[in-house]
Structure formats: structure tokens, C-alpha cells
Design a protein around this ligand. Structure first.
Ligand code: NZQ
Ligand code: ZN
Length: 386
């Protein structure tokens, strides 16, 4: 196992009716900016619960943060933060609203002229404006990590940012919020969380027995609850397991002391930036090709995953590893998620070259757990995903 440091300061309030407790977590005299997305919270009762809990606080609202949080929209929110002298941010939404709020937390205290530089110049946020979250969509893990991904339509870019100053102070995880989530978003959430585990697990063996077992148990739990959640989002038991699995998949725990990959996400973000494909679906498109292209480097872990997660016990390491990739595709397909780029756009010719070009310009030539994937490897992986 590699050396590591681990600190996660986010307080989790898990369970039914926990939204009412947010008032205890926000400083008394705070001036709160309540941030939300396209309006789902106004239809499912979450908005009422939050505003009731915020009684007594001075609250300003900012709605309309779109899926794949858009820089231009967030800049409008930043203006309000400055003009209204906001001191605390409350994100009520999925990964997009939470990520947008993290950007604002950083941008609010940023000394430079152009907050977009935080993303392009990889500026780590060591302290941001304090914020909390009420999670409405289990998927990204953003509610308990310090990363964010921001989109800029003008340049068709989607870039990541983060730093120790961007952990939420608290996050409410109430599994009843799942009841109103459309099936497409539930499938996305399962697929995203599943792939988060794979990014931190599907590398090479390093004798980190516990990290492997935790990762495998998150995968097994997602596989077990997926059909229940898809069939009946009111099933509280399944919703609770689903929600906590998504958080655990990307709160930093399983990546400690082990090599991680993240090439699937790096490539997938480009597909969202170029074509607007849902984040999780881009991962389902890229992951199988990525694992086939890097088969030799990953086959031992693929075979372990085959045995322990999918109960594939027959055959050689190579055979089991190949089966594991097929089972992963079948799992995504079973959720209604297509795994080829051509399923999402007819305009895919040239995509591989464009992504490879972008990575070359950015100097991204050390992707993957061995840091040996060049833009030309990326081009081949994306071509395999057509
Ligand atoms: O905007 P509203 O009206 O709220 O509707 C949203 C949105 O249309 C809807 N929704 C959310 N909760 C709902 C609901 N509808 C009904 N009932 C509810 N309870 O779902 C739609 C999608 O929401 P979004 O927040 O975009 O989804 P998700 O949570 O999947 O977030 C995706 C974003 O997170 C980033 C992605 O790149 C993408 O931009 N990621 C963030 C990560 C992180 N910070 O750690 C890691 C991930 O890998 C990912 O990159
Ligand atoms: Zn993801």
C-alpha cells in the first residue's frame, strides 16, 4: 500500500427528515445564498422543506444552474454574492448545483480578475466561502468531496477544479429525494457511481486488500440495488443503500494508498463538452474501450473484479478479464444506457482526433494509472468507442 494522508471534514446528515436540521449547521448571522437548478426542487417539496428550515436566516435565492454547470450563469451568481454581501452558500441539487456552488465558493474569495483561470491554470482552492449542500440526486459524490467540474459553452470546454478548501461543511443525504428523480437520471447516477469505483480500482494489484474489498462491496451493492431503485424509487431501503454507495464511491476513501486512473472521466468530459451527452453516459461509452485498449495493464484487476463482483470463476485470467468487460457493458445496457458513441450522435467522425488535439494542446500526455497514455492512445480508445 502506498503512503497517504486522509482528511475529510464534511459532516453528513443522513436519513429522512434531516433537511430540517440544516439550521443548526449554518452560522447564526449568516446571509445565505440558496442555489438550485432548473426547478425540480419546486415540484417535489424539497424547496419548501429547505425554506422552512432556513426560517430566521436572511436568504437570497439563485435558481437556474443548468446540468453541466455553466460558467456564464455562475458569473451572474457571483455578482449577487458580491453585491448582496453573501456569507454562506447552500446548494440544493445534484452534482451540477453542488459543483457550481464549489466554483462560487472559490471564485468569491479569488483575488485574480478572471475566475475561469482557476480552471485553466489549475489553481487549487485552499480556502473558499463556506457552503453546505442538500443532495437531491445520488451520483457524483460531490456532496462529500472537494472537486468540481465546470462547463463553458462559449468555448465548448469542461474542466475540473478543486482543493482542500472546497469540501462542503455539511451535506444532507435524505433518501426520500429519490422518489421524484426521472429514470434516466437514476440510471445515470448508478452508472456514474459505478464508474467512480472502477476509476479507483481497475488499475493493478498493490496489496491494498481493504481498499479492494470496500470498492468491490460498493460495486456489489450498486448491482444489487439498481433494479430495486429503477423499479420503485419509493423503496426507502434501496434508496438509502444507493445514496450512501454513491457518496462512498467518491469521498476520497477508496482511492487512498492505491493507484488511480481517471482517464475515462478525462475523455468522457470532452464528449459532454462537444455533444452535451449526459456525464454518466460518456463514461459508459469510454470505459469498455479503455479497458480493452489497456487490457494487458489491467487484466489482473479485471479478472479479480470478474471473480469477486460478477462470480465469474471459470477460465484463465484473460478469459475472466474479457468476460468482466462484457458484464460491465451488459450492466450499463440493462439500465438503458448505450455504450457506443454512435448511439448518441451521428456526427461522431473526427471526435477521436479532436479530443486528441485538445489533450495535446493542454499537454495532457500522461493519462492513466501508469501515466503512459498519450493523446494518440486517447485517439485510439475513442475510435474503438465509435
Ligand atoms: O436542475 P433540476 O431542475 O434540479 O433537475 C435536475 C437535472 O435536470 C434533475 N434532478 C436532480 N435532482 C432531482 C432531479 N429531478 C427530480 N427530482 C430530483 N430529486 O436531474 C438532472 C441532472 O442533475 P445534475 O445535477 O446535472 O446531475 P448529476 O448529479 O449527475 O451531476 C452531473 C454533473 O456533476 C459532474 C458532472 O461532470 C456533471 O457536470 N461531476 C462531478 C463530480 C464531482 N464534483 O466530484 C464527479 C463526477 O464524475 C462528475 O464529473
Ligand atoms: Zn463521474
Amino acid at each position: 500500500m502506498n503512503n497517504f494522508e486522509y482528511q475529510n471534514p464534511t459532516k453528513i446528515l443522513f436519513g429522512k427528515d434531516q433537511i430540517e436540521n440544516i439550521s443548526k449547521e449554518i452560522p447564526n448571522k449568516a446571509k445565505v445564498l440558496l442555489l438550485y437548478g432548473g426547478g425540480s426542487i419546486k415540484k417535489n417539496g424539497i424547496y419548501e422543506q429547505v425554506t422552512k428550515a432556513l426560517k430566521g436566516f436572511e436568504v437570497v435565492e439563485f435558481g437556474g444552474i443548468p446540468a453541466n454547470p455553466e460558467y456564464a450563469v455562475l458569473m451572474d451568481a457571483l455578482k449577487i454574492i458580491k453585491e448582496q454581501k453573501i456569507t454562506f452558500l447552500l446548494a440544493v441539487g445534484g452534482g451540477s448545483v453542488i459543483d457550481g456552488t464549489k466554483f462560487l465558493s472559490s471564485a468569491a474569495l479569488y483575488k485574480g480578475d478572471t475566475p475561469w483561470d482557476i480552471l485553466t491554470e489549475n489553481i487549487r482552492t485552499t480556502s473558499g466561502m463556506p457552503f453546505g449542500t442538500v443532495l437531491t440526486l445520488p451520483a457524483t459524490g460531490s456532496e462529500m468531496n472537494s472537486g468540481a467540474v465546470i462547463t463553458r459553452e462559449e468555448t465548448k470546454e469542461k474542466l475540473a477544479m478543486g482543493g482542500p478548501g472546497l469540501f462542503p461543511q455539511f451535506s444532507v443525504l435524505d433518501p426520500t429525494v429519490i422518489q421524484s428523480i426521472p429514470k434516466r437520471q437514476l440510471a445515470n447516477g448508478i452508472t456514474d457511481a459505478f464508474t467512480h469505483v472502477l476509476e479507483q480500482y481497475m488499475t493493478y494489484p498493490i496489496n491494498a486488500l481493504l481498499q479492494d474489498r470496500i470498492s468491490e462491496s460498493i460495486l456489489q451493492t450498486l448491482i444489487e440495488v439498481a433494479p430495486k431503485v429503477m423499479k420503485d424509487p419509493k423503496d426507502y431501503k434501496a434508496a438509502a443503500d444507493f445514496m450512501w454507495s454513491c457518496t462512498m464511491a467518491l469521498n476520497g476513501l477508496i482511492q487512498k494508498g492505491v493507484p488511480t486512473d481517471w482517464a475515462v472521466h478525462a475523455i468522457g468530459h470532452e464528449l459532454t463538452a462537444l455533444y452535451g451527452i449526459d456525464h454518466a453516459r460518456t463514461l459508459a461509452v469510454i470505459a469498455p474501450s479503455h479497458y480493452r485498449y489497456n487490457f494487458e495493464a489491467k487484466k489482473e484487476k479485471l479478472a479479480q473484479y470478474a471473480e469477486r463482483v460478477w462470480n465469474i470463476t471459470e477460465g484463465s485470467v484473460d478469459e475472466k478479464a474479457k468476460q468482466a468487460i462484457v458484464r460491465t457493458e451488459m450492466f450499463f445496457n440493462g439500465l438503458g444506457i448505450d455504450t457506443k458513441l454512435s448511439d448518441y450522435t451521428r456526427d461522431y467522425m473526427g471526435t477521436a482526433q479532436e479530443i486528441s488535439r485538445r489533450f495535446t494542446v493542454r499537454g495532457w500526455n500522461t493519462l492513466g494509472e501508469h501515466k503512459n497514455l498519450s493523446p494518440s492512445d486517447v485517439e485510439k480508445i475513442v475510435t474503438m468507442a465509435y
